[in-house]
Design a protein around this ligand. Structure first.
Ligand code: NAG
Ligand code: NAG
Ligand code: NAG
Length: 335
C-alpha cells in the first residue's frame, strides 16, 4: 500500500477501519439479520467448471443454503430470502453446489462442459432473475403430496420478476406471488414466482392474479418458458402438475413444508444423500462449525482470486425458434 493511502486511512480513523476489517464475534451464532454485513469471495474464471463464489458474513464464510434464514421476518411468511444464482439476461446455468462444504456457487456442468441455456425467440437467455430459497429442500426421500413425485434434492427455485438485473450471489428479500409445480424428469421441482420487496410493483401485487393488472401476459409467458426452455438442447417439454400457477397461499404452505424437510436434513435425521450440510448457525446440531474455523477446517480459499471470464460458445448467442407445439424448427440443410 502506498504510504499516502495508509496515512489517509489512519487519518480517517475508526469508521473506515471498522468497515474494511470488521470485528468478528466467533461465538455469536444469532441468526443472520443484518444483510449489509454480507460479502462475496470469488475464485477462478467465470464460465469454467472450477469457478466458485462463497458467501461471507463479517468476512467469514457461511453457507448460502444452510445459513441464510428462509424468512427475513418470522411473522410474515409471504416474504422470503432469495439467493440470486443467475442474473437476468445471462445464460450460464449457475447454482449452489450441494456437495461441497458451505455450498459455494458454481457453474453447472453438462457432459463435462459448463452448461448454458439457449435463447428461445423472443426471449434472451433467462428472462428473469433466477435463484434458490435458503433453508428449503425438495426432499428426494418420498413422493410429495401435490405432485406425487420425489423432490429433485435441491433447495426450492425462485424467480424475481422485478426490474433489478441482480448479480450472482446477491441475497435479497422477495414477496411470493405463486408457484409452478414442474415435474422435470419425474421429479418435483417447484418454480416460485416473486417480486423484490423494493420493486415498486411489490406494493401493488400479492398474487399471480394481481399481476395480470400490471404485467398482463407475464405469468402465462413465463409458465410457457419453463415448459419449453430445454427443447432447443434436445429435451422434450416439461410437464406442469396442475397445468398452471398455484396461488400464493398454497405456495407459502409448500415452502413451510420444505423448510421442515430442510430442518430434518441439517439435523442429520434423514438420508441426506450427497448433500454437504455443514452449517454455521445452529450450534445445537452436530453439523455446526464455527465460521471462524471453517476456512481452515473445510479448506475454503482465504482470498479472492478472480480470473478473466472464459468465452461463451458462439451457439449461445443464436436464436432458436419453436413451432406452435413447442417443437424446434429446423431449416432444411443446404447439403
Ligand atoms: C459474542 O456473542 C455472544 C453470543 O451472542 C455474546 O454473548 C457475547 O457477548 C459477544 N461478545 C462480544 C465481545 O461482543
Ligand atoms: C399429505 O396429505 C395427507 C392427506 O391430505 C396429509 O395428512 C399429510 O399431512 C400431507 N403430508 C404433508 C407432508 O403435507
Ligand atoms: C462437512 O464437510 C466435510 C468436508 O467436505 C465433510 O467430510 C463432512 O461430511 C461435512 N459434514 C456435513 C455435516 O455435511
Amino acid at each position: 500500500m502506498a504510504t499516502k493511502t495508509l496515512f489517509a486511512l489512519l487519518l480517517a480513523g475508526g469508521a473506515i477501519a471498522k468497515s474494511a476489517c470488521p470485528v468478528v464475534n466467533c461465538t455469536d451464532v444469532s441468526a443472520l439479520s443484518d444483510y449489509s454485513t454480507l460479502r462475496l469471495r470469488e475464485v477462478g474464471a467465470r464460465n469454467t467448471l472450477d469457478w466458485r463464489i462463497w458467501l461471507l458474513r463479517d468476512g467469514k464464510p457461511i453457507s448460502f443454503w444452510h445459513d441464510v434464514p428462509l424468512y427475513p421476518d418470522e411473522s410474515n411468511h409471504q416474504v422470503v430470502n432469495m439467493v440470486v444464482e443467475i442474473p437476468r439476461w445471462t445464460n450460464g446455468k449457475i447454482e449452489i453446489k450441494r456437495t461441497e462444504p458451505l455450498n459455494p456457487i458454481f457453474h453447472d456442468e453438462k457432459k463435462s462442459l459448463p452448461r448454458f441455456v439457449e435463447n428461445v425467440w423472443p426471449h434472451k437467455s433467462y428472462p428473469f432473475l433466477y435463484g434458490s430459497i435458503p433453508q428449503t429442500w425438495e426432499s428426494p426421500n418420498f413422493k410429495h403430496n401435490f405432485t406425487n413425485f420425489e423432490g429433485d434434492n435441491d433447495p426450492v427455485d425462485i424467480i424475481d420478476i422485478g426490474s433489478d438485473p441482480g448479480y450472482v450471489g446477491q441475497v435479497k428479500q422477495v414477496k411470493v406471488l405463486g408457484g409452478l409445480a414442474l415435474a422435470d424428469g419425474e421429479e418435483t421441482d417447484w418454480k416460485i414466482i416473486a417480486v423484490d420487496v423494493n420493486d415498486p410493483l411489490a406494493a401493488l401485487v400479492s398474487s399471480v392474479e394481481d399481476l395480470e393488472k400490471h404485467r398482463p401476459g407475464l405469468a402465462q409467458t413465463y409458465r410457457d418458458w419453463f415448459t419449453y426452455y430445454k427443447v432447443a438442447r434436445g429435451d422434450g417439454v416439461i410437464p406442469i402438475v396442475g397445468d398452471t400457477w398455484q396461488n400464493a397461499d398454497f405456495v407459502v404452505n409448500v415452502l413451510e413444508e420444505s423448510h421442515g424437510f430442510w430442518q430434518d436434513l441439517v439435523a442429520g435425521k434423514v438420508d441426506t444423500g450427497e448433500i454437504n450440510y455443514n452449517q454455521t448457525s445452529d450450534a445445537s446440531l452436530e453439523s455446526f462449525i464455527s465460521r471462524c474455523e471453517a476456512v481452515d477446517e473445510l479448506s475454503i480459499p482465504k482470498k479472492n482470486a478472480k480470473k478473466p471470464a472464459a468465452a461463451i460458445p458462439e451457439k449461445y448467442s443464436w436464436w432458436y425458434y419453436l413451432d406452435a407445439d413447442y417443437k424446434l424448427i429446423e431449416l432444411p440443410s443446404s447439403s
